[in-house]
Design a protein around this ligand. Structure first.
Ligand SMILES: C[S@@+](CC[C@H](N)C(=O)[O-])C[C@H]1O[C@@H](n2cnc3c(N)ncnc32)[C@H](O)[C@@H]1O
Length: 498
């Protein structure tokens, strides 16, 4: 299969035509409604097909063709895109005749759909998904925007930077996001088809990208970036005959070696202060904690914050990835794939697979690098600003004496008190963070008292002294007990330095 090309007549008129047709996320949501929208997210198109039945407005024609993968008449497509026309869409490689007659309908050759994030709106072309394909995907399948793409986009700091890099760009979605806040964006992939799709999408949306072909960081050897993002092909795949080697999910290495190599190489491309934001999978083996495994991959000079968001047992993981790509459960092919995954995990002693986000930074300061490992399932909203805050809190804690600092309670923190009915004092006090890491921290009387008194007036040292008198405790003992907890509250953003 080829990829679309923007280098032909009709390309220039396409974006205006898609816009004039109302081919936008909001318009499609209005056309098919929330139930069909949710069903589409679950890969079930029928409610959307039914919702569009009988609607012949341009947006419905384009959605039927390029989102739902259904044929449309040439007349309908001519009407929907008058300047480009069906002939123009054919020349661009977006549609092909569905039959031998000149007036036969046309069928989609690509998935082309609107994508909206915050205040931006783009159209992104990728390969037809497995549902439209009607069978297992090709090895060089170009993935559209999926759940992992959205997770990485949510976790990427959107601070303005000079140079940014997207490793394994696919259809270009991360590079498009980067183009909003980076002076220059380099996007790489091993797949020529991915780069052709990204070039088409860049032309369609008038986004400037520097596209390079090659593995991992090879295409940018010797260069430095302020921000690197990657949703790499991290899927742990058995190296067994008959197991598909999808380029979008697997770079042909054993186990979690691909993520280890990428993490290990980043020290060479991060500029001072530069940040890398990656997704990854890591294996869990008996006698080795997940954090210990990922820690062993970290380049010594880089700061690291690693968040494990989910763990799957070997069977769950095998089911997910044996099914991915169009292999139906219950078929002999699917069972053979499941068996290959389970066999690989047993042979290599893999007891589970962690999925998470890795933040690396080349620190601008001296001193021991940050090593932080969290298990965090919370947070379905934007997390990029949380990454910035966590790094800044670490820097502040490294550079300042906590006892002489003054702190305030962050606006999103509330206190919850639980006790027996009628009891004078609560048995449990919880400090709950509304945003950020959404922590709930159990506080004893002294910690709750100290946090309650953090109004930016008195230093932590003076607050500890006052509490020691009030509670009749030696001040050194109280400080030794409270300071690690206060440090944790600053690191997590519940207490803020003034
Ligand atoms: C999971 S997709 C991510 C696509 C896109 N960046 C996103 O976030 O949706 C992984 C991409 O990495 C590419 N890839 C595979 N092996 C690679 C390698 N060794 N070096 C760089 N990219 C690779 C694949 O072709 C694919 O486009």
């Amino acid at each position: 299969m080829s990829a679309p090309s923007a280098d032909v007549a009709g390309a220039a008129a396409l974006p205006a035509g898609l816009g004039a047709a109302g081919f936008t996320v909001d318009r499609l949501d209005a056309l098919w409604g929330p139930v069909a929208r949710a069903a589409l997210h679950r890969e079930c198109p029928l409610p959307a097909v039914r919702a569009l039945a009988g609607r012949d407005v341009p947006a419905a024609t384009l959605a039927r063709l390029w989102v739902l993968g259904l044929p449309v008449t040439r007349t309908a497509l001519d009407d929907a895109l008058p300047a480009t026309g069906t002939a123009g869409a054919e020349a661009l490689g977006l549609v092909a005749p569905a039959g031998p007659q000149p007036d036969d309908p046309v069928r989609p050759l690509v998935d082309l759909r609107p994508y909206a994030a915050d205040d931006v709106h783009w159209w992104l072309a990728s390969d037809l998904g497995e549902r439209m394909h009607g069978g297992p995907l090709a090895d060089d399948h170009v993935l559209g925007v999926g759940g992992a793409s959205l997770t990485l986009a949510r976790w990427t700091p959107r601070t303005r930077v000079t140079r940014a890099l997207d490793v394994g760009t696919g259809c270009g979605v991360q590079a498009f996001h980067l183009s909003r806040h980076a002076g220059a964006v380099v996007a790489t992939d091993t797949s020529a088809r991915c780069l052709a799709f990204t070039a088409f999408n860049a032309a369609l949306n008038r986004v400037m990208l520097d596209l390079r072909r090659g593995s991992l960081l090879e295409p940018v050897a010797g260069e430095r970036f302020d921000l690197v993002v990657s949703n790499p092909p991290f899927v742990i795949t058995p190296r067994a005959p008959g197991v598909p080697t999808y380029e979008y999910r697997d770079a042909g290495l054993a186990g979690d070696e691909l993520v280890r190599r990428l993490v290990g190489g980043l020290a060479d491309v991060l500029a001072p202060g530069g940040v890398a934001q990656l997704l990854g999978n890591w294996e869990q083996h008996a006698g080795q904690g997940w954090a210990e495994r990922v820690a062993s991959w970290l380049p010594p000079g880089l700061d690291a914050w690693v968040v494990q968001r989910e763990v799957q047992d070997p069977a769950e993981y095998a089911e997910t990835w044996a099914r991915d790509g169009g292999h139906r459960p219950g078929t002999a092919a699917h069972t053979a794939l499941l068996d290959a995954w389970l066999g690989d995990f047993i042979a290599r002693g893999v007891e589970g697979v962690g999925f998470g986000v890795i933040t690396l930074r080349r620190p601008a300061r001296t001193g021991p690098p940050m090593r932080r490992f969290d298990e965090l399932t919370a947070g379905s909203g934007p997390m990029g600003h949380v990454v910035v805050d966590v790094l800044a809190a670490h820097d502040w804690l490294s550079a300042n004496d906590l006892l002489s600092a003054t702190l305030v309670v962050a606006d999103d923190v509330t206190e919850e008190r639980y006790g027996r009915p009628g009891a004078e004092d609560p048995e449990v006090v919880l400090l709950r963070q509304g945003g950020g890491l959404q922590r709930a921290v159990r506080a004893d009387t002294a910690l709750a008292g100290l946090v309650g008194a953090c109004d930016g007036e008195l230093s932590v040292g003076r607050l500890v002294g006052a509490l020691a008198q009030l509670l009749d405790e030696p001040v050194e003992a109280l400080a030794a007990r409270l300071l690690p907890a206060v440090r944790g509250l600053v690191a997590d953003g519940l207490l803020l330095p003034t």
